[in-house]
Design a protein around this ligand. Structure first.
Ligand SMILES: C[S@@+](CC[C@H](N)C(=O)[O-])C[C@H]1O[C@@H](n2cnc3c(N)ncnc32)[C@H](O)[C@@H]1O
Length: 296
């Protein structure tokens, strides 16, 4: 990994940690005690801005887990799972979760987070492209690859590796940064040349100072995943409006404006709007992140 990519990963890891801090929040009403937790069908209830920003993602994960593991726990591999923002809540629900990540620091933080939550997550240091060597073929019912393909040296090889790790009938949950959203966000910030550049750059970068090595469109992501032999499933747009509106309308649990019943109502309304827009054929392609489910 180059220095630029290393810096980008560090920056993104920080962002991912901030976002997922609430994702390890309270299990929702359908889960009971640690012992009584139901697998697959249980809802999560992350807090604050994370709850709003990741609601679409968790809904999609719940649906896929309901299909894969209607009765019992499943084997989940989170490649580039970082500090466990997704892995730990999944382990709390009873799934057997393995995180493979290149960063020892991230894995140490993951282990602390898992300890605090009272769950076990297997942490394996390694590169995404080595997944079958590290875990074996046909080892997972679900592979998460969230905010990783932007950074790896060879996205094709990484997707081929995660495909090999999936069992027949298993699914992949792939989340990447959206190219179109980057143009929107640069334009809204007044950087019009950058916005134009994003749209035509093959890697979807806005310039030499852009710390993101690459972004994706629906077409480029779908082609990447299909080339590995997976069947491309539903695409969801994650954070279509949440990153365009003032933060105090999103951070329902954290800001003075968001506290109280009014803030809660606004957060619920925003989640409902994001959920409706996530599958809208035009709006979903404007999302900050594109989430693709794929099946083996
Ligand atoms: C932006 S973070 C995402 C973390 C987590 N998936 C999430 O969504 O919260 C990117 C993670 O990918 C890891 N990573 C980057 N390149 C990798 C590679 N080639 N193989 C394995 N992990 C990698 C980084 O160490 C980092 O933990």
């Amino acid at each position: 990994m180059t220095d630029v990519k290393g810096a980008a990963v560090a920056a993104q890891q920080k962002g991912a940690d901030e976002q997922s801090a609430g994702a390890a929040g309270k299990p929702a009403e359908r889960s009971e005690s640690a012992e009584g937790r139901r697998v697959g069908a249980v809802g999560w209830r992350p807090r604050g801005s994370s709850r709003v920003r990741n609601a679409v993602l968790w809904d999609a994960l719940r649906t896929v887990l309901d299909r894969i593991a209607p009765e019992g726990p499943s084997d989940v591999v989170d490649v580039g799972g970082g500090t466990g923002g997704f892995a730990v809540p999944l382990a709390e629900l009873g799934h057997r979760v393995t995180v493979v990540d290149a960063s020892p620091d991230a894995l140490a933080a993951l282990e602390r987070r898992a300890d605090e939550a009272g769950v076990t997550v297997k942490a394996v240091q390694g590169d995404a492209v080595d997944l079958p060597d590290l875990l074996g073929s046909d080892a997972a019912d679900l592979v998460l690859c969230h905010s990783v393909l932007e950074y790896v040296d060879d996205p094709d090889a990484a997707v081929r590796a995660l495909t090999a790790t999936l069992r027949p009938g298993g699914s992949a949950s792939v989340l990447v940064a959206g190219q179109v959203a980057a143009a929107l966000h640069r334009a809204v910030a007044g950087h019009f040349d950058d916005a134009r550049h994003v749209l035509t750059d093959p890697d979807g970068r806005w310039g030499d100072h852009d710390r993101m090595p690459r972004r994706f469109t629906r077409e480029t992501l779908s082609a990447l995943v299909a080339a590995s032999g997976l069947t491309v499933g539903e695409l969801h747009g994650v954070r279509i409006f949440a990153d365009l509106i003032p933060g105090n309308l999103v951070d329902a649990d954290h800001t003075a404006a968001g506290r109280g019943p009014g803030g809660e109502r606004a957060a619920e309304a925003l989640i409902a709007l994001e959920s409706a827009a996530a599958v809208h054929p035009i709006l979903r392609e404007l999302a900050t992140q594109l989430h693709l489910l794929a099946h083996k």
